[in-house]
Design a protein. Structure first.
Lengths: 116, 109
């Protein structure tokens, strides 16, 4: 149990376009989902915390208009990178915490975004 | 806020030997300490965790120890195998999760 699916795993887009990444909890309900960005050989950098039915909470320095997060249901959160630029190229990872659970965090497989 | 430090940043061991990774944390309110294994190009996978009311936990070749007084916890992998090669992250949860900087483990066949 506790599977988090992330899609797409890889995406290449042109500069100026928008890209949507989906994060789904397959076998549990997640009231809270988290979005991270990871640079090569570095740790996970928390971008935002997404709560079902409410606005996401963004970490300092993360542009909320650039990284749109929607958590429309207890099993789905989406991250949209708007007007993408080459510097947005990165590995994006979502995680989810089970509703009513003891607090473990489960991660998706990650999405590699390359902006040309 | 919490500060999690992880050492070493890289670790090479011979197959069959043991590997130990250590983390320290600063917030005494942190009460949950998971360890994650991340293979290249994939998301982190939870491999073992420990809560603040327990001093040690073991799952086959993997064990975690926690010293609340000293605010440090360690991951122990015994009888290492090449497939154990990956990046390992520790984390501490207080009001949110804080991650260590990662340890790149290489098991040499």
């Amino acid at each position: 149990g506790a599977v988090v699916s992330q899609h797409p795993s890889r995406v290449i887009c042109k500069s100026g376009t928008s890209v949507k990444i989906e994060c789904r909890s397959l076998d549990f309900q997640a009231t809270t989902m988290f979005w991270y960005r990871q640079f090569p050989k570095q740790s996970l950098m928390l971008m935002a915390t997404s709560n079902e039915g409410s606005k996401a909470t963004y970490e300092q320095g993360v542009e909320k208009d650039k990284f749109l997060i929607n958590h429309a249901s207890l099993t789905l959160s989406t991250l949209t990178v708007t007007s993408a630029h080459p510097e947005d190229s990165s590995f994006y990872i979502c995680s989810a915490s089970r509703a009513g659970g003891p607090g473990e965090l489960f991660f998706g497989e990650g999405s590699r975004l390359t902006v040309l | 806020g919490e500060n999690v430090e992880q050492h070493p940043s890289t670790l090479s061991v011979q197959e069959g030997d043991s590997a130990v990774i250590k983390c320290t944390y600063s917030d005494s309110a942190s009460n949950y300490f998971p360890w994650y294994k991340q293979e290249l190009g994939k998301g982190p996978q939870l491999i073992i965790d420990i809560r603040s009311n327990v001093g040690e936990k073991k799952d086959q070749r993997i064990a975690v120890t926690l010293n609340k007084t000293a605010k440090h916890f360690s991951l122990h992998i015994t009888e290492t195998q090449p497939e154990d090669s990956a990046v390992y992250f520790c984390a501490a949860r207080g009001n949110q999760f804080y991650f260590g900087t990662g340890t790149s483990l290489t098991v040499i066949p």
